[in-house]
Design a protein around this ligand. Sequence first.
Ligand code: FAD
Length: 316
Amino acid sequence: MKVIEHIAKATDTLFTIEILPPKKGEDIQTLFSHIDSLMEFKPAFIDVTYHREEHVYKEMGDGMLKKYVTRKRPGTVGICAAIQNRYNVDTVPHVICGGFSQEDTENMLIDLDFLGIQNVLVLRGDPVKSESGFVPHPEGHCYANELIEQIAGMNQGKYLYDEGSATPTNFCIGAAGYPEKHFESPNLGTDLQYLKNKVEAGAEFIVTQMFFDNQVYFNFVELCRANGIDVPIIPGLKPLVTIKHLTALPKYFFLDIPEALRKEVAKCKDNKQAREVGIEWCVQQCQELKAAGVPCLHFYTMSKSEMVRRVAEQVF
Ligand code: FAD
């Protein structure tokens, strides 16, 4: 079922999660055991991230380094199919511009369609770690709205080099939104205009970057509505669980930690105490969002179930 159908049919806020594919060489059972422990909260759908290639250098023993291009977390499509098969839960593979030609994308979407996967979250993707900024594939897309246009075209039977005769796909397309602005954007207003482009290109729902101050989300939703963005906006959440998160989360995700949370975490002697503060904060965030009638509470699990489970037990 499509994400927007899940939302339309729901009588209460849905529980949904995002997971990462295991690192190359790790088995899938550990991931399954984490999903197993969240199944009692009946996830309406499970997002699976996509990780692009990285450049790694290996010592050759003679003082020389050899460069390899490798994908450390492959398997997004396979995991989505495995989850649908094992749990009968809909999956939302992330589809990214980075590293993909338009033809690669088309072929991946054909695989997804054949596997009965009906949803995609469409992203530009992070830059390759060793590069300072995002570099598009020479035959790919620069921005998420262009990739959304390609998929929306396939939904109308428009494939790259075939005119008219192709079977239409039927993907429900989602896009990312940034309540605290995407880090490259000059200001929130410009970012919102680009977000609107994604919706006009065919995005039917938005999933937000994580945030720790609900007012930031409420303001963002209000601004979106005022700018004519009227699709469901799913809040993304993650409990803060270590003292280091106070600096790591702003660094990697370009967000603010509210002063009240910072103060509480700063009082903690160790990560065990910080975890309790972070879980309690997240529970309160969830309860307020749920009371406000958000469509889903979407948890960034980082493929670990324990903290999200502790939150979900108190909210669902
Ligand atoms: P875009 O919407 O393309 O925007 C990128 C930047 O360009 C923004 O600053 C925007 O304002 C600007 N912009 C947009 N259109 C234009 C235009 N036409 N002209 C000029 N500027 C423009 N990354 C991964 O690699 N894999 C994942 O699985 C993944 N999952 C994610 C899930 C969620 C919910 C979120 C919030 C992020 C995720 N990311 C993932 C990270 C994401 O790929 C990065 O944040 C990336 O830098 C931006 O992606 P986007 O789709 O928002 O980009």
